[in-house]
Design a protein around this ligand. Structure first.
Ligand code: GLU
Length: 445
């Protein structure tokens, strides 16, 4: 198989779907050698099948805002691949969401979920609805209208959505509530639920916690301690919060968070009550971080800027895809960064990723680093199926061992001759092998 030919064909078939084509290219170029060593992959047209989603639902979502005006949004659910388990993946509410983004996310999710060791296929969904500045009533009505259309296509053994950007505990509550009303079943078809109705302990923290467990594993390969290391975090939502919490608990010093308005530099470190304050900032619904400086006057607000110009040991993009570009990467490298781990999905552009790998810097791709979130969703599904609830310690223990396992898989497939671990390559090959073998075993379907 010539990966280039397949990519050209895909570009012609899906013109302008930039994020999707970028995600596919990143995977295909890293697995090409392994693919060509296994003639059964080519014979079964695994790549041609894997790059196209099983199906896509696109639907109109009509709802009424607080002023009585009718609003129209688009809803999506991409059921990408269910070779190893029911479709599983989040729902994103963001004004920029389009079919290219949902397809890229669903594609990534397929590999990520395979890495978790749990039986989950890949899916993703969302809407171009922006929660920014919306009242709780508007959010609820939108969620209900969204679910009115989607509920027929999901279920505990079919497709299990969860949160993502713009979809947190409140939105999951509204979505799941409407699902239950329509389906008349209390099946747990959603993860990230509240603790009172089937949610799992540690799920809110899981993406950030898992990412830090992964970073610790990376640093361990060179005997480096995370204690005392400085950390730049972007974003200030659920994922950034979990990462800041665990990083500070582990003794690292988090010096930045960011929002669409700019970034905060806090020389004293963001820990303790400052991490709690991130939740308050988020719940204002304004989507800005500037108020942080009023609360903590020792900090500085840099309007319209990203935090990657700061000199730090560890950079953790926790906001959105392609938020760290080539210039940012050059700046981080010039400032002696040790480790860059994507907590957001595809947080770095391809050029930035290539630069980190070229400079032998620890670089962890999103599908490995942030897999703790969906892995803990998988643990929530298990608890729901058994009608029990594990303790926080039990869940955290499982999360830690899953992250260690993902790290081991990356090392197995990503270690290069000079000892450098190419985590992007390792994660892609490990995820691909599992899905490809499952697809072959199940015939041409
Ligand atoms: N949206 C998260 C992700 O990108 C979590 C998905 C889930 O828990 O299903 O993996």
């Amino acid at each position: 198989m010539k990966v280039n030919e397949l990519l050209l064909a895909l570009e012609a078939k899906h013109p302008g779907e930039q994020e999707y084509l970028q995600a596919v290219k990143e995977v295909l170029t890293t697995i090409e050698d392994v693919y060509n060593q296994h003639p059964e992959f080519e014979k079964n047209k695994i790549l041609e099948r894997l790059v196209e989603p099983d199906r896509i639902f696109t639907f109109r979502v009509t709802w009424v805002d607080d002023r009585g005006n009718i609003q129209v949004n688009i809803g999506y659910r991409v059921q990408f691949n269910n070779a190893i388990g029911p479709y599983k993946g989040g729902i994103r509410f963001h004004s920029s969401l389009n079919i290219s983004t949902v397809k890229f996310l669903g594609f990534e999710q397929t590999f990520k979920n395979a890495l978790t060791t749990l039986p989950m296929g890949g899916g993703k969904g969302g809407s171009d609805f922006s929660p920014r500045g919306k009242s709780s009533g508007e959010i609820m009505r939108f969620c209900q209208a969204f679910m009115l259309e989607l509920w027929r296509n999901i279920g505990p053994d079919t497709d299990v959505p969860a949160g993502d950007l713009g979809v947190g505990a409140r939105e999951i509550g509204y979505l799941y509530g409407m699902y239950k009303k329509l389906a008349r079943k209390n099946t747990g078809t959603f993860t990230g639920k509240g603790l009172e109705y089937g949610g799992s302990l540690v799920r809110p923290e899981a993406t950030g916690f898992g990412a830090l467990y992964f970073v610790v594993e990376m640093l361990n390969t060179k005997g480096i301690d995370i204690k005392g290391k400085t950390v730049a975090i972007s974003g200030f939502g659920n994922v950034a919060w979990g990462a800041a919490l665990k990083a500070s608990q582990l003794g690292a010093k988090v010096v930045t968070i960011s929002g669409p308005d700019g970034y905060i530099y806090d020389p004293d470190g963001i820990s303790g009550e400052k991490v709690d304050y991130m939740l308050e900032l988020r719940s204002s619904g304004l989507d800005i971080v500037e108020p942080y400086i009023e609360q903590y006057p020792n900090s500085v607000f840099h309007r319209g800027k990203k935090p990657w110009g700061e000199k730090v040991d560890i950079a953790l993009p926790c906001a959105i895809q392609n938020e760290l570009n080539k210039d940012d990467a050059e700046q981080l490298i010039a400032n002696g960064v040790l480790c860059v781990a994507e907590v957001s999905n595809m947080g770095c552009t391809t050029e930035a990723t290539d630069l980190f790998i070229e400079h032998n810097i620890f670089y962890g791709p999103g599908k490995a680093v942030n897999a703790g979130g969906v892995a803990t969703s998988g643990l929530e599904m298990s608890q729901n199926a058994m009608h029990i609830q594990w303790t926080a310690e039990e869940v955290d223990q499982r999360l830690q061992s899953i992250m260690k396992n993902i790290h081991d898989q990356c090392v197995k497939y990503g270690k290069t001759e000079n000892g450098y671990i190419n985590y992007a390559k390792g994660a892609n090959i490990a995820g691909f092998m599992k899905v490809a073998r499952a697809m072959i075993a199940q015939g041409v379907i």
